[in-house]
Ligand binder design. Sequence first.
Ligand SMILES: *Cc1c(COP(=O)(O)O)cnc(C)c1O
Length: 392
Amino acid sequence: MPHSKPSGRHFLQIPGPSNVPDRILRAMDFPTIDHRGPEFAELGKKCLSGLQEVFKTRAHVIIYPASGTGAWEAALVNTLSAGDTVLMIETGHFASLWYKLAARLGVHTELLKTDWRRGADPQAIEARLAADKEGKIKAVCVVHNETSTGAMSRISDIRAAIDAAQHDALLMVDTISSLGSSDYCHDAWGVDVTVAGSQKGLMLPPGLSFNAVSEKARQAAKNADLPRSYWDWEDQLAANSSGAFPYTPATNLLYGLSEAIDMLLEEGLENVFARHKRHAQATRIAVQAWGLEVLCQEPLDFSNTLTAVLLPDGHNADAFRSTVLKNFNMSLGNGLSHLAGKVFRIGHLGDFNDLMMIGTLGGVEMGLALSDVPHQSGGTDAAMQFLKNNLT
Ligand SMILES: *Cc1c(COP(=O)(O)O)cnc(C)c1O
């Protein structure tokens, strides 16, 4: 940290945690209340029903006082038994972490690999499921928006692939970095468990995570024998019916969640999605004009919430990122596991607008020049032209 605090706002342009808007900060700045008192139930009910709109579901959404990783574990321990097989699609770092977590829980994990430059391949999933004649695979786990690579998987196509293989596996989807910023339909896409978190598209601080649970997943939970206690869905559901929680909820984060739901619905979810799509496009236009490479190679899979950018060989992305932080007070995302040092990630999600976009790209462009990364100037300018010519 610099010895004196830099003036102005820090640019937190990592792909989550995202910038927490003042309106949410203010909504949380109240005394914590009795979570078993009369005032609380209204807040609990409002959060639970508002989340259904955001997940586009009539199914129950469970709220945990935990990071996203907790909701990953909850999805698995509620539905699976020791020795069950789960098919996981290795789209990048976060998919591999979910895979490792599953393996530790004692389920048999099978991995469909990718080159980390695209989303999951529905045809490969269909072929693998069609070959599973005995129905050993109990769940297919996919990360919707792979935050380490900037590739988004097409969940409705994956649902169609599972159906085409006439396979009964549950479909579980991690939307931690897409919910509330990219279109997502828990019901219409036939998802059984959706996993989400508070600190990315929902614009909240870290600390809450979610499971949206289909009727089929709830039935599966009745026979699942992995040990579970803190994560048990039925305990949550029983308490939630009266707007309460089985243990102390993160009350002040729920104040924030209530406000975040209001903000998303006031702007209109479809407008929120269009805004993110437009900023993602502006970012790719800048990257292209700089002559650099976007990591994701499949245009159908481009992420709306972040862009991972490859640096030319011999140039270290972490050195570049520290130059940007030191000189311009902006945090960019790092490369994770085998992408370390090779890519940087621009987060363009959450509470974000055109001038924040241009400030972000301007910081990247100046950083590229200061770090002697070979590039053409003018990326920020190209993004400005695009934004000005495509007003919403
Ligand atoms: C951030 C993220 C996670 C991890 O969530 P935590 O809140 O850090 O536990 C998992 N999956 C994806 C896709 C993410 O973006």
